[in-house]
Design a protein around this ligand. Structure first.
Ligand SMILES: C[S@@+](CC[C@H](N)C(=O)[O-])C[C@H]1O[C@@H](n2cnc3c(N)ncnc32)[C@H](O)[C@@H]1O
Length: 397
């Protein structure tokens, strides 16, 4: 993949069509933009589209529209053909009178139900990453690890067709899963994307080329191991953002970045999103929520040879005790996934994910030919959405 010329920067976003048109009869030619994946998201339902069905109890199923197929439950069925040509937001009634609301899945729906190897960055964190790492159309971005490709999709949307995203993943099976997820999401290969299998420290320089990169985003167990490699490829003023699951990882990363000296002071934060129940007078926070996903940290690269001006900070007594930070156990030695409470991904789960991907059509996520959602979707829903547990379970050191 070549470096983008300056005149190409930003073309993917400027002037994109607002999409205000009658959905009925709108074909791929009518969508008004050439951005990759945009055509799949607009117009009347077509064969091959992924459609999310919501039944009267709020239960969801995802199907891929195939002429000749039916969507069956124990309470009747409808023919996929009856949905083809209808606008999004349609309600279809099956043979037993059960009504289903029909919509294309949004990014968040897709990510939460796609086949996974590693655990994904949640949409709420992907949103923060895009804004706080300042990922812009035309940016040159390096990412690692790729895992299941959830963050990759958000980054690709943000850099646009004329930006550049190189994603580095040390596990080839995860890279395969991510590629399938990303290509299903965009309806084919994305022109701005390259995946490299290997370790970030070994691949970063070749991936960045002579120009360097504007942004580096790391979601991995031990991002501090790659500080030198990040410093080598990031342009002066460029943003480095890391996503980590635990406070001990966050502390280690912040101290090692300070010790390196080539970056600004770290900023760190987390976000908590609490859903609300909206029913008549019963308007209140939901009883369950995803209380923890991870922490985000950003720094910016200083110009070569420049030292950060010393900051006069008021330091608390404990922090000022000589050696107290350096001696902390989490600043020594190696971390394992187990150390930070991650559940390992079994080889069986990865095989099952691969099988689910092989069954997916060109636009689909997890739909098997029967029209029923897959076991993988069941797992994702149980693991993360309903139980609402702490969820970083994916990484194997
Ligand atoms: C939690 S997953 C990433 C999830 C991904 N961001 C997503 O949204 O789907 C972490 C990944 O980092 C990979 N990884 C860990 N250390 C790495 C390194 N030094 N270089 C490349 N990949 C690495 C792991 O194999 C794993 O797939």
């Amino acid at each position: 993949m070549g470096t983008q010329g300056g005149d190409a920067v930003g073309l993917g976003a400027v002037g994109s069509d607002s999409g205000v048109q009658d959905a009925v009869g709108a074909g791929i030619d009518d969508v008004g933009t050439s951005a990759v994946g945009a055509a799949l998201k607009r117009g009347a339902f077509r064969a091959g589209d992924t459609v999310q069905l919501t039944d009267p109890k709020g239960r969801m199923n995802t199907i891929e529209l195939r002429p000749g197929s039916t969507f069956h439950t124990h309470r009747g069925y409808f023919r996929h053909e009856d949905l083809i040509g209808k606008p999004e937001g349609w309600v279809i009634t099956n043979t037993e009178g059960v009504e289903y609301l029909c919509l294309r899945p949004l990014y968040a729906d897709y990510v939460m139900s796609m086949p996974r190897g590693a655990q994904v960055v949640y949409p709420k964190d992907a949103g923060q990453i895009i804004q706080m790492a300042d990922i812009y159309p035309g940016a040159r971005v390096l990412e690692a690890g790729v895992g299941s490709g959830a963050l990759t999709m958000a980054l690709l949307r943000a850099v646009g067709d004329h930006g550049r995203l190189t994603s580095i993943e040390r596990r080839s099976d995860f890279a395969t899963i991510a590629r399938a997820n990303v290509e299903n999401f965009f309806g084919g290969p994305h022109p701005a994307w390259e995946v490299r299998v290997g370790d970030f420290a070994d691949q970063a320089a070749a991936a960045a080329g002579d120009t360097g990169v504007d942004r580096v985003v790391l979601d991995m167990l031990a991002p501090w191991e790659n500080i030198e490699a990040v410093a080598d490829v990031l342009v002066p003023g460029g943003v480095f953002l890391a996503y980590v699951a635990t406070v001990t990882q966050l502390s280690r990363l912040a101290e090692d970045l300070r010790a390196h000296g080539g970056f600004t002071e770290p900023n760190a934060w987390e976000s908590m999103v609490r859903g609300w129940h909206l029913q008549g007078l019963a308007v209140r926070p939901d009883h369950r929520m995803v209380a923890h996903t991870g922490f985000l940290l950003t720094v910016r690269r200083l110009a070569p040879g420049v030292k950060l001006p010393e900051r006069r900070l008021r330091v608390s007594k404990e922090a000022a005790v000589p050696g107290s930070v350096e001696d902390a156990p989490w600043l020594q030695g190696e971390f394992t996934g187990e150390d930070v409470g991650e559940r390992p991904v079994s080889a069986k789960k990865v095989r099952r994910t691969m099988r689910a991907l092989n069954g997916a059509g060109p636009h689909g996520a997890v739909q098997a030919a029967t029209g029923q959602h897959s076991a993988v979707l069941d797992d994702a829903v149980l693991d993360d959405r309903v139980v609402g547990d702490t969820v970083r379970d994916g990484e194997q050191p």
